[in-house]
Design a protein around this ligand. Sequence first.
Ligand SMILES: O=C(O)CCC(=O)C(=O)O
Length: 252
Amino acid sequence: MLLSQDQLAEYNENGYIIIKNFLTNDEIECLLSENDEQTHLNKFKHSRKDTNGKESKISLWNHPSDNIYGNIARSHKLVDRVEELLGGEVYHWHSKMMLKEAKTGGAWEWHQDYGYWYNNGCLTADLASCMMGINHSTKENGCLQVLKGSHKIGRIDHGEVGGQTGANKERVQEAEKKYEKVYVELDPGDALFFHSNLLHTSAPNESEQSRLVLICCYNKKDNSPFIENSGHPKYTPLVKINDDEILSVIKV
Ligand SMILES: O=C(O)CCC(=O)C(=O)O
C-alpha cells in the first residue's frame, strides 16, 4: 500500500487528500520543456467561458501516450494510489492540462465531476482525479476551491452556467453553509487526489502569474460506460510503468 490508513480515512471523510512533492523537480522540468508539436502544452484546443465571458484553456486527451504526460498518467505512484482510493482496478478516463492565463484566465463554476460524467454512462461515482501543480497554484491565480466533505452529498443536478456545466445553484448555496471551503494552493509537483462528487470551483486569474495544472482522471474497471460513444473510453487496460521510467522520454 502506498497510502496510509490515515490518508484513506482522510479521503473518505473529506473527499480529497494532498500529497506534497508528488512529482519530482526533474519531472516538472521535463513537462515544461516538452513544448514542441508532439506535446499537449501548446495544444490548448478547447476553452470554456465563465459567466463573465473569461476563458480557461484546456488540452484534453483520452488515451495516455508514451510522452511525459502519458508516463505520469500510467505511473505506479499515481495509478496505484487511485486504485487504493477506489478499491480496485482503474483505467485512464482522460488527462488534461488546464491553463489560466495571467490576467485573463476565467473561472470554473461550482460542479462535481460526476455531475457530468454521469451523462457519459457511468453508473456509479467510482471515478477520481489527481490534479498536479506544474507552476504555483495560489488564491491569487485561481487555485481550486473545494467544499470539504461535500462528496457525501451524492450527485447534484447540473445544468448550463455560462459556457460551462455547473451544479444546481440552490444546492451549492446550501452546501456552502454546511461544508468548509478550502483553497487548495499547490506548489509545483504537489498533487490533489479528489473524489468525483467533491464540489469544486476556481476563481478567475486576475494576477500576473499564469496557473498551469495537469489533471489525470480514472474510472473503475467495473464502472465502464454502459452507453456507446459517450466521448470517454470504455474499459481499456492500463499498462502501468515504474516510477523510474517516467523520465525515459528524455532524449540524451
Ligand atoms: O482548473 C480548474 O481550476 C478547475 C478544473 C476542474 O474543475 C475540472 O477539471 O473538473
